[in-house]
Design a protein around this ligand. Structure first.
Ligand SMILES: [Zn+2]
Length: 419
């Protein structure tokens, strides 16, 4: 069965079929150790999460993405996917265009990279184009500033299949497996929810509102619209919710039946957030198009950071996307809040009690979680609260938020075996 991804291209897996074939393939190759980001992006490239890309971008594509928000063939694309390396290492190892090199992650073989082009690119130009700023206070700028001085463009082939550790293993689906899953469930429309958070009622209602919007005119006797919660797993900052709490608390909303079993599922994707606001919203839409989603919800300040973007920039950028360049439809959502006059969680596009409203404050909820004070169930579901506390004890060394101890001692999300 063929599955079509972004740009109308087929989802292709670039994964070696067996360890014995992998061993043959990597024999004698020059080895280059890679960072977590590159390892995550290799896995994405190999399984088709980044369709139509089959490898790291060449210079023409990087330029085109920065200047025109598209690949050289005109396919919409908003964030450069680059392989960075020190020129010193290239010289020392004698890496040349035309070579194939072996990428090694935590001392284990991961993927081969066909060296098609070795080039450099102005990082500040990239920051301005993608993030709209070169200000060091922006975490995406700090990340790009850390890139090494030279880039390699070329195709990736995965030679070692990552094994996900619990609790992540049950949430890991490749784009092809996800599509098979939708077929089994009879879903015709799938609306994606991007998250790096433990869900409070504001998030729950964001998903519920988006479900109604995506379901539209479809009949409701037999539901055919599903919500795909897609948790982003990547580098953590001190104070972020721990990854285990994010996935297990979303699953808890399902298990405690705040969402019906037949309209909701939780999954993960590996991605290092750039916090690029509008440009990242476009990227998230592309990623979820490859996951087979038909709709993508965008709330307030999607993928933003600090006050670098207007809270609704990520909504507006979809008006600038040329028609036909995305098959996924954005579902643009304002704020859900608690209103004591309405006596319920309601929507800023509906409730007129703007003086009395009580917006969901992530900061307030975090401090309640920190102090183990159970918030009212209109704000935070008790089952989810219990799960946060359970995760703190089980995975977080006593805290549901990332600490130095967690970062140093946590079990990796995935591991590679010895080839
Ligand atoms: Zn009201």
């Amino acid at each position: 069965m063929k599955y079509i991804g972004h740009g109308g291209k087929e989802i292709v897996e670039r994964v070696v079929s067996s360890p014995s074939e992998a061993k043959k393939r990597i024999k004698g190759l020059k080895r280059v150790a890679v960072t977590g980001r590159i390892a995550r992006e290799c896995i994405n490239l190999a399984y088709g999460f980044f369709t139509p890309l089959e490898g790291f971008m060449n210079k023409e594509n990087v330029e085109s993405v920065c200047e025109k928000m598209s690949l050289t063939d005109g396919t919409l694309w908003s964030i450069p996917i680059v392989f960075d390396i020190e020129s010193k290492e290239i010289k020392e190892k004698g890496i040349k265009e035309g070579d194939t090199i072996l990428l090694v992650y935590r001392d284990k073989a991961l993927a081969t990279l066909e060296v098609e082009e070795i080039f450099s690119y102005d990082k500040v130009k990239m920051e301005q184009a993608v993030l709209g700023t070169a200000d060091e206070r922006h975490p995406g700028v700090r990340m790009l500033n850390k890139l090494k001085d030279t880039f390699i463009g070329g195709k990736i082939t995965l030679v070692n299949i990552p094994k996900f550790n619990p609790p992540f293993d049950r949430f890991w689906y490749t784009p092809i497996r996800l599509r098979e899953e939708y077929k089994k469930r009879g879903w015709k429309r799938i609306v994606a929810h991007q998250t790096r958070n433990v869900p409070h009622s504001g998030h729950e209602w964001l998903m519920k509102g988006a479900w109604f919007s995506a379901n539209g005119e479809l009949p409701v006797e037999r539901l055919q619209t599903g919500i795909l919660v897609n948790c982003i797993i990547g580098p953590k900052r001190i104070g972020d919710y721990i990854d285990e709490a994010i996935v297990l608390c979303h699953q808890k909303l399902h298990d405690a039946r705040y969402f019906r079993d037949d309209i909701h599922m939780v999954s993960i994707s590996l991605w290092d957030m750039r916090y690029a606001g509008p440009k990242e919203a476009i990227f998230h839409a592309i990623l979820r198009e490859n996951l087979g989603c038909t709709h993508h919800m965008f709330g307030r300040d999607h993928a933003g950071v600090g006050s670098f973007y207007d809270p609704y920039d990520a909504h507006r950028i979809f008006d600038q996307v040329p028609e036909g360049s995305l098959t996924i439809k954005p579902v643009r959502i304002l704020e859900w809040w608690y209103c004591p006059v309405c006596g319920e969680v309601t929507y800023s596009g509906l409730c007129g009690h703007s003086k009395e409203r009580q917006p969901f404050s992530g900061t307030m909820i975090r401090s309640m979680v920190q102090d183990k004070v159970r918030p009212t169930k209109l704000i935070f579901r008790p089952e989810v609260f219990d799960m946060v506390i359970e995760c703190a004890d089980k995975y977080g060394f006593g805290s549901p938020f990332c600490t130095e101890e967690y970062l140093a001692k946590r079990q990796p999300v995935f591991e590679l075996s010895e080839l």
